[in-house]
Design a protein around this ligand. Structure first.
Ligand code: SAM
Length: 282
């Protein structure tokens, strides 16, 4: 007997590359729901064929307006079971679905998650950076000025930061991160996760930028960047002498001024000295 219930909105995760990551429960729900709402029905047709699922699909994409959301809610209220999927991974995670789930709650419609893969967690668990607390930043703005502003806002974040990035912007993005976070901050690039050319590499931001810049293959495919939080780099790159001078100067100068002097004296990124001084203060 099917475990799919009428009038329930199922949020179903699908693989991010490796079809073997589809859970048995996801297959069962998709096969037995009355309707599948898919971000892109043509894209999801491949998944359906692969698992021999013949449930009718409706489109529910990023720009779905209120009327599309209302239509799905009405189907749920009429007693239909509905499974929401995105092109890959977990719906609503940098993918469509938020208005539908929010309005389902408002109308008292039951929402049932069917968990599986998401690129954030897949990258984070293999990144080799602290995982006890982290902040997911999704996609950074595409335009340079807006991206730099967004990075500046999280430059002092202590939690590990997770970003999604498009391959054609990866070099610009890493370069802006060097400026905003300091060249020595640790970063892990997680590319093509669960796929044939899966690449997971941890470096300093400057080293990773150099590596990606010199290898076109690293500028292709799907990418997650995991960046360490500020407190974890505070002491790692400064020599004892640089630290002593910074500690002395900050007694008589504001931290920004002290950082600039020490950075220029020891040829270090100002950001790294500033991070050290922040760590000292905390
Ligand atoms: N909903 C998806 C999830 O749960 O991860 C994310 C969808 S978002 C539109 C697509 C972005 O997720 C990609 O640009 C990339 O940053 C990341 N991503 C998805 N699949 C990936 C993979 N196999 N390897 C690395 N990153 C991936």
């Amino acid at each position: 007997m099917s475990s799919v219930l009428p009038s329930v909105l199922y949020i179903v995760a699908t693989p991010i590359g490796n079809m073997a990551d589809m859970t048995p429960r996801a297959k069962e729900i998709l096969a037995n729901a009355d309707i599948i709402a898919a971000e892109d029905t043509r894209h999801s047709a491949y998944l359906m064929r692969h698992f021999d699922i013949r449930t009718p699909m409706l489109a529910y994409h990023e720009h779905a307006g209120e009327s599309q959301t209302r239509k799905l809610l009405e189907l749920l209220e009429e007693g239909k079971s509905l499974a929401l999927i995105s092109d890959a991974g977990t719906p609503l995670i940098s993918d469509p679905g938020y208005p539908l789930v929010a309005e389902a709650h408002a109308r008292g419609i039951k929402v049932c998650p069917v968990p599986g893969v998401s690129a954030i967690i897949t990258a984070l668990c293999a990144a080799g950076l602290p995982t006890h607390t982290f902040a997911f930043e999704g996609f950074l703005p595409a335009k340079a000025a807006a991206r730099q502003k967004a990075l500046a806002l999280v430059a002092e974040e202590k939690r590990t930061l997770v970003f999604y990035e498009a391959p054609h912007r990866i070099v610009e993005c890493l370069s802006d991160m060097c400026e905003a976070f300091g060249h020595s901050r640790r970063v892990t690039l997680a590319r093509e996760l669960t796929k044939t050319f899966e690449t997971i590499r941890q470096n300093s931001l400057a080293e990773l930028l150099e590596w990606v810049r010199n290898d076109d293959n690293q500028q292709k495919g799907e990418i997650v960047l995991v960046v360490e939080g500020v407190e974890y780099v505070a002491q790692s790159t400064l020599s004892d002498d640089a630290r002593s001078l910074a500690a002395l100067l900050v007694d008589v100068l504001p931290p920004k001024k002290a950082s600039k002097i020490v950075a220029s004296h020891y040829d270090l990124p100002t950001r790294d000295v500033y991070d050290f001084l922040l760590g000292l203060k905390n």
